[in-house]
Design a protein around this ligand. Structure first.
Ligand code: FE2
Length: 378
């Protein structure tokens, strides 16, 4: 599909969309030590540290760093006092995602429309301003302690938001690795809750279901899970939602729920235009990935047909491939990026395919089980 047909399709889809979303605005993590996490994301993932908010900029209760690369915006936030709700979040969940924020044209309307349809309000619409203009934002709750903030920034020309300023607090050289935009964010929810959140995204946010996987699609000898993928009208927001399914041993979703102490974001998939380049750099900088057996590559071309990439390069880097009716995709998954076995990243390059790599599920979940066995959590 070329860009024109995508644009036409997006226009048709959003014509009667009560919640038009332009894209992911930012993803905010609550972490134990934002300064040190920012250093990690800069050194390993090549993010630029674009802005800072903290005591020096007038914030009394928290420190936040804005990290950017391509269109990806991450905010890393930590508490400056033990009685802060940020500290409570970190105590319960470890480092994790608090907020998946949406870039909208009218945050107040987005809040009113979703709350009217049953969303639980977290922050009522507020306007914050500085010498660069103003933004309006408002938040609602989703699974676990995770929230969605609607951000309207069309009257703002500053770096990010009022309260954030440029910083040289972390003056360490780093080169980007080619991360372009957030492709999808996956949530893990408790057993029996998947359909509740599918209904939430459909009824409250006007999303539709793209695809569904059951335990027959996603099972190994030992464990299983079920998943449904929800997307907004223009498909810039895609949320697979997983729940554990009955298996002989403890599934990766149960492991996550145990260590995260409830539902939350499991992985964030970030798109690149050159996965071989991106993964080579990430490996050089010490990022560890899940690996599949060499036999995966022996039968790869039989399974996916002709591809542009050299199979030996893919095997050397551990990059996986899958094909659907529209094309193919390349993907790879990191190991968890904090002490608890919870949040991890997917790096994805799409060459026509709009799906999620179903053909790789089995090999991948067996790789996760090998890691779980090492952790004693299988
Ligand atoms: Fe994914």
């Amino acid at each position: 599909m070329d860009d024109t047909s995508l644009a036409v399709q997006a226009e048709t889809d959003t014509a009667d969309d009560f919640l038009p979303i332009n894209g992911t605005d930012y993803i905010e993590f609550y972490v134990g030590n934002a300064l040190q996490s920012a250093y990690f994301y800069r050194a390993a993932f090549g993010f630029n540290i674009t802005a800072y908010s903290g005591l020096e900029t007038g914030s009394r209760d928290r420190t936040s760093y804005l990290l950017t690369q391509g269109k990806v915006r991450f905010v890393l936030t930590s508490a400056l006092a033990p009685e802060s709700p940020i500290a409570d979040h970190v105590k319960a969940h470890g480092d994790g995602v608090r907020d998946i924020a949406f870039w909208v044209d009218d945050a107040e309307a987005a809040f009113d429309n979703t709350v009217e349809r049953g969303a639980t309000p977290v922050h009522r619409p507020e306007r914050i301003e500085d010498e660069h203009g103003h933004i309006t934002r408002a938040s609602i709750r989703t699974y676990g302690d995770t929230i969605h903030t609607f951000v309207d920034r069309h009257n703002y020309s500053g770096l990010f938001m009022p309260g954030f300023e440029a910083t040289d607090r972390i003056d360490f050289p780093s080169e980007p690795v080619g991360l372009e935009y957030v492709d999808h964010c996956v949530g893990n929810v408790d057993l029996g809750d998947m359909n509740k959140y599918v209904k939430f995204y459909a009824d409250v946010m006007g999303f539709r279901q793209l695809v569904s996987f059951d335990d027959k699609d996603i099972s190994t000898e030992y464990t299983a899970l079920m998943s449904k993928v929800m997307a907004n009208g223009n498909e810039r927001i895609k949320f697979p939602i997983n729940e554990p399914a009955q298996g002989k041993k403890k599934s990766q979703i149960e492991e996550y729920l145990d260590f995260y102490r409830g539902a939350g974001v499991q992985h964030i998939a970030i798109a690149t235009n050159d996965i071989l380049h991106t993964v080579s750099l990430l490996r050089q900088r010490g990022i560890q990935f899940l690996s599949v057996p060499g036999s995966y590559y022996d039968v790869l071309l039989e399974r996916v047909g002709e591809i542009d990439e050299d199979v030996s390069m893919l095997a050397e880097l551990g990059v996986l491939v899958d094909r659907d009716d529209e094309g193919y995709l390349l993907q790879i998954f990191t190991k968890p990026v904090q002490d608890r076995p919870t949040v991890f990243y997917e790096i994805i390059q799409r060459k026509g395919a709009r799906s999620f790599g179903k053909g790789n599920f089995k090999a991948l979940f067996e790789a996760i089980e090998r890691e779980q066995a090492r952790r004693g959590t299988l």
